[in-house]
Design a protein around this ligand. Structure first.
Ligand SMILES: [Zn+2]
Length: 443
């Protein structure tokens, strides 16, 4: 019975899709490094105001489909690791081409379900004050190892799994939580935050701070599907007009819904801070100028389209930049940049997406104008493939089927090839993301 069950799980279409998005397993002196499928991640996080430390006990269940040493990532060094009831150690290694670094658990496991328990501190983006603690998971996808692994043990971006945070604020009873997850409060200093199973290591937004640390405005947005979606805007910049931010948000959401259909998330969380921004599912940390760009990412990057790896990240950045500029057309196409064909281990987005990638989308919109332009395909994508992490190759396949034309040769010559041609005709500054260092000052 157990065997039959295991085979049913192993060969289900969903799992195959997820494992297919993982880069290739490879041999090292420590064994066969295998990429795995996380099922659940339960993170018990204790904020200790006396010692000014944050400690996490993470319990991860995962499925392996091969024999080997499992790969995952966590930037901090664990203080303890237990894999299937055995105390083990871990090690940070690089991919064979040295494109990325990550952690492996030093124990050879067999195919099947496993449990990994990791104890480790959170040291990044933590600030204890006399009122409590400000602590956030703020990501950057323009560099290696900048997603959830900065703070918690996580899988690579190809994987979707159920994430739960159990938060214990020792001796701190006035904490506020800003998140795109579902919050349950147990008493003044204990909370549970649950995220949808569709989330990946780039999806979740979490920021806790003492109550009243930031001014905020709460309101509802009436979606075209009839939902009243709760919106929270809070600001880390003195002098921000929350009323202006509210007006901009409503107009942005209305514009996006009219182009791309009902908002794909159950809430909107906006932190006004810094220059540029970073996107999450139904959430963003952004300046007011980039607000529409970042909310567009709730459809492309964190919703309707989700990148399965760093070679697909250019797609959402290119679409978003093109859409934010008004979804225009251009008949010329002289952009060439290898944004999609880097090593299979690539985990971050090529910054040419904002320029070469954007121009590529202008051209596609021109080329397919008689078929409703690029927007008609993007709507089809949202309706058929929302919340399914995707590679560039799968995106091209879907586009080819939609327009009845094999698009791969065209993609190959423009987004898989560096020809060193200067392509950009900038009319305004290209939106860029903040680095983790830039974000840190807004805790
Ligand atoms: Zn962007």
């Amino acid at each position: 019975m157990r065997l039959i069950l295991l085979f049913t799980i192993l060969f289900s279409a969903n799992l195959q899709a997820r494992i297919n998005h993982a880069p290739s397993n490879f041999q090292t002196s420590d064994g066969n490094v295998i990429f795995v499928d996380f099922k659940t991640g339960e993170y018990d996080i204790t904020f200790d105001s006396k010692n000014k430390t944050v400690n996490v006990v993470s319990k991860i269940t995962f499925l392996s489909d091969e024999t080997g040493v499992p790969a995952f990532d966590l930037k901090e060094n664990p203080t303890q690791m237990i894999l299937d009831n055995e105390v083990i150690t871990s090690k940070v290694i690089s991919s064979p081409d040295k494109d990325t670094w990550f952690r492996i658990a030093l124990k050879t496991i067999q195919p099947g379900i496993h449990t990994l328990i990791i104890t480790a501190p959170i040291k990044e983006e933590v600030l204890f004050t006399s009122d409590g603690v400000s602590s956030a998971f703020w990501f950057s996808d323009l560099g290696d190892r900048g997603l959830l692994e900065t703070y918690l043990p996580a899988n690579f971006e190809y994987d979707q799994y159920k994430i739960t945070l159990n938060l214990d604020f020792k001796n701190m009873s006035k904490q506020k939580i800003y998140t795109n997850g579902k919050i349950s409060k147990f008493d003044n200093n204990k909370f549970k935050v649950e995220f949808p199973e569709t989330y990946t290591s780039s999806s979740l937004y979490f920021h806790t701070a003492p109550i009243d640390r930031y001014p905020e405005i709460l309101f509802k947005f009436r979606s075209i599907d009839g939902r009243d979606i709760p919106v929270t805007i809070y600001s880390g910049v003195k002098g921000t007009s929350l009323e202006t931010a509210k007006t901009k948000t409503l107009s942005s959401l209305e514009g996006l819904e009219s182009k791309y259909g009902p908002f794909l998330h159950s809430s909107v969380t906006i932190f006004i801070a810094g220059n540029g921004g970073m996107e999450y599912c139904g959430a963003t940390m952004t300046d007011t100028w980039s607000l529409n760009h970042e909310l567009t990412h709730s459809y492309f990057a964190r919703g309707g389209f989700m990148p399965a790896n760093g070679n697909a990240g250019w797609i959402d950045e290119a679409i978003t930049t093109w859409s934010d500029e008004g979804s225009g057309m251009r008949p010329d196409m002289n952009a060439h940049s290898n944004m999609a064909g880097n090593t299979e281990y690539r985990r971050y987005t090529h910054s040419d997406a904002y320029s070469a990638g954007k121009v590529f989308m202008y051209y596609l919109n021109f080329k397919f104008q008689s078929s409703g332009g690029l927007t008609s395909f993007l709507n089809h994508l949202i309706q058929t493939s929302a919340f399914q992490p995707m590679t560039t190759e799968e995106f091209v396949q879907k586009m080819s089927a939609f327009y009845s034309e094999d698009m791969m040769p065209f993609f190959k010559s423009h987004v898989y090839t560096d020809k060193g041609i200067v392509y950009v005709n900038r009319t305004k500054p290209v939106h860029m993301k903040m680095t983790q260092q830039e974000m840190r000052q807004y805790l």
